[in-house]
Design a binder for this molecule. Structure first.
Ligand code: SF4
Length: 337
């Protein structure tokens, strides 16, 4: 499938102020030189421990945060890829419509004093979608598409369960017909018994509407179930990127190996040994020199302390990329394919 989004060298730094005059003392490097692309219709999973930068990256993609630097090219209707960080206000508005986000917490994502009808009507009206009667019809269809009754539109958020609220949030994100949805931990606030229902619904909607997902989660089983490809993030950077199968059955980066060692994979379970990482994740204000993972890596070598590994294609694979000095990689960095 064609590339729909291509991110190059994206950085998002937050200033850390000090003293009475609020002098910038340092920066939190939340996202630090990330390059990724997403194909139309696929689900790209983003995983990593909390604080690894995955949510910040998601917010930069939907423009809730402005990246400090980098490029983010999006495919327009005429087929051109254009950097959406440099568009004027009018053009930004039209792209904004194509990229939506679903947040983790369905309880705080809906305005408690607005009916569902009002919460849906507003974005439809702002984006000039149909007459009042047509908009109401769209709301009915959207609620039905997430298996909710049409008359629920006159209710308030507190009248729904967590699972129903998240389905409402998904329907609302869909109301202006986006192409790309950033789903930030969309089921982690839900009861386990409800999670599968919402995930399956998201898969069905993806098929029906040809949606592309960027699926952010810390639960690796959920990410594996949802994703075609997965990017593993550590301290603001992508350390491994591969198809879901390749990553789960043949992880190359020691950090990915450690993360996966805690996830039950039936076929591999007997052979697997739990890898317990030493220490905590270092501060993103002052990340370690060389490979950022080296203070916690069992396989660390002298070179790892001084030279930062680059995300390169693993030898003998088509689309498995890793940033580790010990893996046999080709001098091929991540590029559009
Ligand atoms: Fe470990 Fe070195 Fe690979 Fe970093 S580059 S993950 S420290 S082996």
């Amino acid at each position: 499938n064609e590339i729909i989004l291509d991110i190059k060298n994206m950085k998002k730094y937050y200033p850390v102020y000090k003293g009475l005059f609020k002098k910038v003392e340092n920066h939190v490097k939340a996202v630090d030189d990330v390059s990724l692309f997403v194909r139309r219709g696929e689900t790209l999973g983003l995983v990593g421990e909390s604080g690894c930068g995955k949510t910040t990256l998601g917010k930069c993609i939907v423009r809730l945060q402005s990246p400090t630097s980098g490029e983010m090219r999006y495919r327009f209707d005429n087929g051109d890829m254009r950097d959406i960080l440099t568009l004027d206000k009018q053009e930004s508005f039209s792209v904004h419509k194509k990229i939506q986000i679903v947040f983790q917490d369905p309880y705080s994502s809906l305005n408690p004093v607005k009916t569902i009808y009002d919460s849906f009507e507003e974005p439809l009206r702002i984006h000039g979608m149909g007459s009042k009667a047509q908009r109401k019809e769209i709301i009915v269809q959207l609620l039905e598409s997430v298996n909710l009754r049409a008359d629920y539109m006159y209710r308030y958020p507190h009248e729904f369960s967590g699972g129903q609220r998240q389905r409402i949030c998904i329907a609302r994100a869909l109301c202006i017909r986006p192409e790309l949805m950033v789903c930030d931990e969309p089921v982690s606030a839900l009861d386990v018994s409800i999670q599968a229902q919402v995930l399956n619904l998201m898969k069905d909607l993806q098929q029906q509407m040809n949606l592309t997902y960027i699926f952010i989660a810390h639960d690796l089983s959920v990410v594996e179930y949802m994703s075609d490809r997965i990017a593993v993030m550590y301290l603001g950077q992508v350390v491994e990127l591969a198809s879901s199968d390749s990553l789960y059955y043949s992880p190359r980066h020691p950090y990915t190996e450690a993360l996966l060692s805690a996830v039950p994979i039936p076929e591999l379970d007997k052979k697997k040994e739990r890898i317990v990482l030493k220490g905590d994740v270092p501060s993103p204000i002052d990340p370690p020199q060389g490979c950022r993972f080296h203070p916690r890596c069992e396989k660390c070598q002298a070179i790892c302390r001084v030279e930062a590994p680059v995300l390169r294609r693993v030898a003998g694979t088509e689309d498995h990329f890793v940033a580790c000095h010990l893996v046999d990689t080709l001098p091929i960095e991540l590029t559009l394919q």
